[in-house]
Ligand binder design. Structure first.
Ligand code: GLN
Length: 229
């Protein structure tokens, strides 16, 4: 049984990031994998799961979610073997510190040596990122700029848009995927959903062709056709 938990969608649910949970569950079910989908709301305990999903959020809800995740000890779930896909505010929360409105620094969960400061202006628009030779596409809207400590691997190199700092996007650590890309990113990039699933179930998955592949190619073409900058 693969347990997929969507965390605090009422706080971290901008741009339909909760769709990442639906995509993972559906792509697993179509391979015959038994899935349990769980939504963890603010009043709920942070239940055990195999994959946790964190979405984007505005500054206030982001801090609230961070407090709940610290209290529920997401870090110890990860230490026990759970995987996390974190988007935007979720990415910032997994780091050691993040600054949101007012420039005040807030302690994150510290799962990864990543620090987010406030940029001079928001980054809004399409993003394309080279993730191990494949281009991940998505949409970004954030004021934070994220710096990774030496030795922390980004998820990939930015081809269009801003990501962490205009050069790299997100981070990749054992069982952790983090990106600034909304979309929902796994609906836009079905191959990335399969990478996460495959690692969680510990085996290669059967190929699964669907209209999502066609839509991915279309979006990729239109994002990459735009001027860099
Ligand atoms: N509040 C954070 C920022 O502006 C995250 C935004 C988001 O999740 N879209 O940087």
């Amino acid at each position: 049984m693969l347990r997929i938990a969507l965390l605090y969608p009422e706080l971290l649910g901008t741009y339909g990031d909760g769709g990442n949970a639906l995509v993972l569950a559906e792509r697993a079910r179509r391979r015959g994998i038994d899935v349990r989908s769980i939504t963890v709301s603010m009043a709920d305990p942070l239940v055990a799961a195999d994959i946790y999903l964190l979405g984007g959020g505005e500054d206030g809800p982001q801090r609230q979610a961070c407090d709940l995740l610290a209290a529920g000890s997401l870090a110890s779930r990860v230490a026990d073997g759970a995987a996390v896909l974190a988007v935007c505010a979720g990415l910032q929360i997994l780091g050691v510190r993040f600054a949101v409105a007012g420039d005040d620094a807030y302690d994150g969960l510290g799962l990864v040596e990543a620090t987010t400061v406030r940029g001079s202006r928001r980054s809004v628009g399409d993003i394309a990122v080279d993730v191990s030779g494949r281009t991940m596409v998505g949409f970004e809207n954030h004021g934070g700029r994220t710096k990774l400590a030496r030795g922390v691997a980004p998820l990939g190199a930015v081809q269009r848009g801003q990501g962490n700092d205009g050069v790299n996007d997100g981070f990749r650590a054992p069982r952790l995927w983090a990106t600034y890309a909304h979309g929902p990113v796994l609906a836009l990039n079905p191959w990335l959903a399969d990478e996460i699933l495959s690692e969680a179930v510990g085996e290669e998955l059967e190929p699964l062709a669907s209209v999502a592949d066609v839509l991915y190619e279309e979006r990729l073409g239109s994002v990459m056709a735009r001027r860099v900058g």
